[in-house]
Each structure stands twice: as structure tokens, then as C-alpha cells.
Design a protein around this ligand. Structure first.
Ligand code: HEM
Length: 153
């Protein structure tokens, strides 16, 4: 059987998302709801407040990120790992809090349980890899290469 081309893979991921109702308007609502909760959260708000001056571009960027993760729509280019390893005050507890708020927003906005499960799974696995990268970086900062964690879609 011939292997799938990148384009076919992308198209099938977008079709899967479509089938679950994971569309652009849902992603927009999810991101808006989540960051509105973050901005009034006692644990997370101070961490963001000292790093995000202008929320509109950050929200637009996060919508692009989630479109590329969930729908394979190519509009995000960045390096989430590098952005997070330089934040000194995040640890397992802050990632847990992040996931709690994210899952609450997913449950409020997801069109069905299958969509909620898919979005939550992706967030958990990215959170685990970011946390692992943050902890690794603290043990041995020099090993954090500039291309490590780069993401383009
Ligand atoms: C303790 C948990 C977290 C905190 C406090 C946090 C905080 C932040 C902050 C302050 C920024 C802006 C950085 C900057 O522009 O200089 C950022 C960017 C970002 N975060 Fe997080 N974050 C957390 C977890 C996560 C998780 C779990 C994900 C994904 C599932 C995520 C995805 C992103 C992405 C995609 C960006 C933009 C990266 C880029 O511009 O290249 N974050 N985060």
C-alpha cells in the first residue's frame, strides 16, 4: 500500500477534526474562554501579566497554534519550548493548574464528548512534553538547543 503523502495526512487530520466539530469558531471560543480564566487565576495570572503586555496578538497566536495542532491548518510558526524554558516560576503544579483551567474551558465549549477528549488529550501530551523540557533545561541549561521544540505548520 502506498504511504500517505504529507498533504493526504494533513487532509485526513482536517477531515477528522471536521467530523468531530472541531472547527475554527470552536477553537476561537475555547481560546477566548481559557485565557479569560487564566487572566483572573491567582496562580497563573501573575506569570502571564509580567510577560504578555498586549493580549490581542497573544490570543491570535494561540488560535493559530490550536488550529495547526487540532486541524492541521498551517498558520503557526514558533518555538513553544524555548518560550517556556525561560519562565523561572513554572513547575508541575502550575502545569496542573493550566490543564485544570483548560479542561474546564474545553468542557464548556466542546460540541461533543469525542471532541472534548481529543482536545484534552492533545493539551495533556503537549503540557507533559513542555514540563519535561522545562525540568531538563533547569538541570542542564546548555543542552537546550535553539532549534529544540521549534514548531512550524
Ligand atoms: C504552567 C503552564 C503555562 C504557563 C504559565 C504558560 C505561559 C506562557 C506565556 C507567558 C507565554 C508567552 C511567552 C512570550 O511570548 O514570551 C506562552 C506562550 C505560549 N504557550 Fe504557554 N504556558 C503554559 C503552558 C502551556 C501549554 C500546556 C501549552 C500547550 C498545550 C502552551 C502553549 C503556548 C504557546 C503555543 C505559546 C506561544 C509560543 C510562541 O509564540 O512561539 N503553554 N505561554
Amino acid at each position: 500500500m502506498p504511504s500517505q503523502t504529507a498533504l493526504e495526512l494533513r487532509t485526513s487530520r482536517t477531515a477528522l477534526a471536521d467530523g468531530l466539530g472541531i472547527d475554527g469558531p470552536f477553537i476561537d471560543r475555547l481560546v477566548d474562554r481559557f485565557y479569560s480564566a487564566v487572566r483572573s487565576d491567582l496562580v497563573l495570572a501573575p506569570i502571564f501579566a509580567s510577560r504578555v503586555d498586549d493580549w490581542e496578538p497573544h490570543l491570535a497566536r494561540m488560535k493559530q497554534f490550536w488550529r495547526s495542532i487540532l486541524r492541521a491548518e498551517g498558520s503557526f510558526s514558533g518555538n513553544p519550548m524555548l518560550k517556556h524554558v525561560v519562565i523561572p516560576d513554572i513547575d508541575a503544579a502550575e502545569f496542573e493548574r493550566w490543564l485544570d483551567l483548560f479542561e474546564t474551558a474545553v468542557l464548556a465549549e466542546a460540541p461533543n464528548p469525542g471532541a472534548a477528549a481529543m482536545v484534552t488529550d492533545r493539551a495533556r501530551s503537549i503540557a507533559a512534553s513542555l514540563l519535561a523540557g522545562v525540568l531538563r533545561h533547569r538541570q542542564s541549561p546548555a543542552r537546550q538547543g535553539s532549534s529544540n521544540g521549534a514548531y512550524h505548520a
